[in-house]
Design a protein around this ligand. Structure first.
Ligand code: ZN
Length: 200
């Protein structure tokens, strides 16, 4: 039975689609919002509309942002000779939160998975190889999740990059087997980066 009008019920249904929110917490969030119309609800609605209008995928690295190239790619103070390869935008954001390296990124948007029928070109590995072949990159850090798919993808990328002569390294221990970067605490992430080692 509906406790509110269709507009609020629609808000609840949309909030319930967010990660980590079920129907129950979506109701709580909706109530919180409608009770704080000026302080939270209206600024949030404006922020959502603005981001919705302007968000795009960075044509250089695959990050999502309101500018293309993205804020990270436009940042001239970053070390352009180091390229960190991640599976997902969430990993890029996690590494930035941990502030491990002020480098550039390459977001694959997935992993090679025979099971799901994802091949190397579905995740843009050709784009990565082309980017490295331009010659500005001296080291590629493979910051993949410690899952079977992540490691398969890392091996494949290493092989494909071999002709370019670029140095390829991977994260050190600290990333647990099966571990996903987005869930690691910042100290563990930073340690995995500083102790990275040559791939092989
Ligand atoms: Zn970018």
């Amino acid at each position: 039975m509906a406790v509110a009008g269709p507009e609020i019920e629609r808000l609840i249904a949309l909030l319930a689609k967010l990660p980590g929110l079920g129907p129950r917490s979506a109701r709580r969030a909706a109530l919180y919002l409608v009770k704080r119309r000026e302080a939270v609800l209206e600024p949030l609605a404006r922020a959502l509309a603005e981001v919705g209008e302007r968000v795009s995928v960075c044509s250089s690295c695959g990050n999502v942002d309101t500018s293309d190239p993205c804020t990270v790619c436009l940042d001239a103070t970053r070390d352009a000779s180091t390229l960190i390869v991640v599976e997902d935008v969430a990993d890029l954001w996690a590494l930035e939160r941990a502030a491990v390296m002020r480098a550039r990124y390459h977001v694959l948007g997935g992993t090679i998975s025979a099971l799901d029928g994802f091949g190397p070109e579905d995740i843009g590995i050709g784009r990565l190889v082309a980017r490295v072949a331009e010659g500005e990159v001296g080291e590629v850090v493979l910051a993949m999740n410690a899952t079977v798919e992540g490691q398969t993808t890392a091996h494949y990328i290493t092989e494909r990059l071999e002709p370019t002569g670029v140095r390829v390294s991977r994260l050190a221990s600290g990333v647990p087997i099966g571990g996903e970067l987005d869930y690691l605490d910042e100290g563990t992430l930073a340690a995995a980066f500083t102790q990275r080692r040559p791939f092989g």
